[in-house]
Design a protein around this ligand. Structure first.
Ligand SMILES: NC(=O)C1=CN([C@@H]2O[C@H](COP(=O)(O)OP(=O)(O)OC[C@H]3O[C@@H](n4cnc5c(N)ncnc54)[C@H](OP(=O)(O)O)[C@@H]3O)[C@@H](O)[C@H]2O)C=CC1
Ligand SMILES: O=CCCC(=O)O
Length: 339
C-alpha cells in the first residue's frame, strides 16, 4: 500500500488513519500519529513532490536530508560551509551554490538553520530562498526560531506567491537519523498536505497547530521544559556526588520512579563520566530558553524556573561549553562548587 497525501488527510475526518483532532472546539489543531513504519508505507515516487531542497546540513539537517535521499527523493542541498554537502552529494544529492538557486530549482525547500538570525538570512537575505520562490512552490522551515522570525519569513515567502509552513522538530540527532522526529507544524495547510509524505519519511508524528507562530511557540515551550529538567537533573547529580552518594545509583533510582524520562537514562551515564558527545548543542538550548523568555514576556507570564535555568546555561557558555551537548550544563555547577 502506497503512502501519499491522501493517506494523511485532515485527521478529524479520517479516523481510519488512526488520526484524531486534538482540540475540536476553539482552535482546530490536528495531529497525525504515524501508525505504521515508513518501511511499511514507503512512499511511491509519484506521491512525492518532484524535487526537494534542503538548506542547512548541521547535526539535524544532515540526517534529515539523508533520509529523504535514501527514500528515493530528488534532493538538492546547500550549506554555508560547502564541505558539509559532500556526504549528501556522494549519496546522490545535487548541489546549488545559494539558497535562491535551491529554491528556484525545487518544488519544496526545507531549511534547518541554527537560530532566528540565520533562518531569516537564509530565507530573506540577498541570495535567500525567497528570491527563488514563486507560485506552486513551498518553503518548510524546520529550524527552532521565535514566532516573530517565523512570521517574517512567512511574509517574504508568501509575497512571492509560494506557501509557507513552520515545522520545528522535537527529537535530537538519533531520532533524526532514525526518521523518528516529531514535527510541530503551522502555516499553509496546502503545503502541510503536500509535505506530509516527506515529514513522514523524517519523522514519526506530526502536529498541525494552525497559524504561523503556533509551531514555534509549541517548540519553545517544550524546550523550555526540557532545559529546566536537564538543569534540575544536573543539580541532583552534583549534589549526590557532593554528599558522597554514587551518582550512577541516582540515575538508576530515577529511572525506576515517577520522574523517569528517556533523557535522564540516555544522558545520565555520560554526565556521570563528564562526557558530553554533542547531540543538541548547549548554545542552542540557551537560545531556546532565551526565546521562551521572550515568548513569556509577550504575554506577561512569569516563568521563574526557566529564567534561573537560562542563567545557568549562560554560565556554561561562558566556560566555553557552547558546542558541547546541552547536558554539559552540569559543568557550570561543578565549576561553582570548586570556587
Ligand atoms: N541538535 C538537536 O538535537 C536539535 C536541534 N534543533 C534545532 O535545529 C536547528 C539546527 O540545529 P543543529 O543541526 O543541531 O545545529 P548545527 O549547529 O549543527 O547546524 C546549524 C546549521 O545552521 C547553519 N548556519 C549557522 N549560521 C548560519 C548563517 N549565519 N548563515 C547560514 N547558515 C548558518 C550552519 O551552517 P555551517 O555548517 O556553515 O556552520 C548549519 O548548517 C537549531 O535551530 C536547533 O535549535 C531542533 C531539534 C533538535
Ligand atoms: O531542540 C532540541 C530538542 C532535543 C530533543 O527533543 O531531544
Amino acid at each position: 500500500m502506497a503512502m501519499c497525501s491522501t493517506f494523511y488527510p485532515r485527521l478529524s475526518t479520517h479516523l481510519n488513519c488512526k488520526s484524531f483532532s486534538l482540540f475540536p472546539v476553539k482552535h482546530r489543531f490536528f495531529v497525525s500519529i504515524k501508525a505504521f513504519s515508513s518501511q511499511t508505507f514507503a512512499p511511491k515516487a509519484d506521491d512525492l513532490p518532484a524535487s526537494i531542497g534542503f538548506l542547512g546540513l548541521g547535526i539535524m539537517g544532515n540526517p534529515m536530508a539523508q533520509n529523504l535521499i535514501k527514500a528515493g527523493c530528488d534532493v538538492t542541498v546547500w550549506n554555508r560551509t560547502k564541505s558539509k554537502c559532500e556526504p549528501l552529494i556522494s549519496l546522490g544529492a545535487k548541489y546549488k551554490s545559494s539558497p535562491e538557486e535551491v529554491a528556484a530549482s525545487c518544488d519544496v525547500t526545507f531549511a534547518m538553520l541554527a537560530d532566528p538570525e540565520s533562518a531569516a538570512d537564509v530565507a530573506c537575505g540577498k541570495y535567500g530562498a525567497a528570491k527563488g520562490m514563486g507560485p506552486g512552490k513551498g518553503y518548510v522551515d524546520v529550524s527552532t526560531v521565535d514566532g516573530e522570525t517565523s512570521k517574517l519569513i512567512c511574509k517574504h515567502i508568501r509575497a512571492t506567491g509560494a506557501h509557507f509552513l513552520e515545522a520545528p522538530v522535537s527529537g535530537s540527532k538519533k531520532p533524526a537519523e532514525d526518521g523518528q522526529l516529531i514535527f510541530l507544524t503551522a502555516g499553509d495547510s496546502v503545503l502541510y498536505e503536500k509535505a506530509a509524505p516527506l515529514l513522514d519519511i523524517m519523522g514519526k508524528s506530526r502536529f498541525y497547530l494552525g497559524e504561523v507562530g503556533n509551531g514555534a511557540a509549541m517548540k519553545l515551550v517544550v524546550n523550555m521544559v526540557m532545559g529546566s529538567m536537564m538543569a534540575s537533573f544536573a543539580e541532583g547529580l552534583v549534589l549526590s556526588e557532593k554528599v558522597g552518594l554514587d551518582p550512577s545509583v541516582l540515575v538508576e533510582v530515577i529511572s525506576q520512579g515517577a520522574i523517569s524520562a528517556p533523557m535522564y537514562a540516555v544522558k545520565g551515564p555520560s554526565m556521570v563520566k563528564s562526557s558530553y558527545p554533542t547531540a543538541f548543542p548547549l548554545k542552542h538550548q540557551q537560545k531556546d530558553l532565551r526565546l521562551a523568555l521572550g515568548l513569556a514576556e509577550s504575554v506577561s507570564q512569569p516563568i521563574p524556573i526557566a529564567a534561573a535555568t537560562n542563567e545557568l546555561y549562560k554560565v556554561a557558555k561562558s566556560h566555553g561549553l557552547s558546542d558541547q551537548d546541552f547536558s554539559a550544563v552540569i559543568e557550570a555547577l561543578r565549576v561553582k562548587l570548586q570556587q
